[in-house]
Design a protein around this ligand. Structure first.
Ligand code: FES
Length: 121
């Protein structure tokens, strides 16, 4: 598959996705656990700009035996994009929707080389 230049490596952070345009398609690029991941910036629900949503950690809730919440914490090892239109969440590492792992963001293969980020298209 041909590689296309997306942006400079220095443009990609771990805090928010950089939105790049490639041949009329928006692609969100972010560093996650030392790896660069890139997804088409289109939510599989209704087409919202999913990569522009909040980046939030997984919420973990412990319940008592009667299913009452006891404690809430955040797991920063699993970060999510929260789509700004209706709040669907997707794992940044895999693109899977939290509500249904069969639904995924459209992922690109990323190559980081010579201080630049390329994607296969
Ligand atoms: S368009 Fe993303 S949650 Fe609806």
């Amino acid at each position: 598959m041909p590689e296309k230049l997306l942006c400079a490596s220095s443009d990609v952070s771990e805090t928010t996705a950089k939105i790049c345009e490639l041949e009329g398609v928006e692609i969100g690029v972010i560093r996650h656990k030392g790896t660069v991941v890139a997804y088409r910036n289109v939510c599989p629900h209704q087409g919202g700009p999913v990569c522009e949503g909040l980046k939030m950690p997984k919420v973990c809730v412990e319940f008592d035996e009667e299913r009452r919440p006891l404690k809430q914490s955040f797991d920063t090892d699993e970060m999510h994009f929260v789509c700004p239109w209706h709040g669907w969440e997707f794992k940044i590492e895999t693109g899977e929707a939290l509500g249904d792992p069969k639904i995924r963001l459209n992922r690109y293969k990323v190559i980081e080389r010579d201080e630049n980020i390329y994607v296969e298209v």
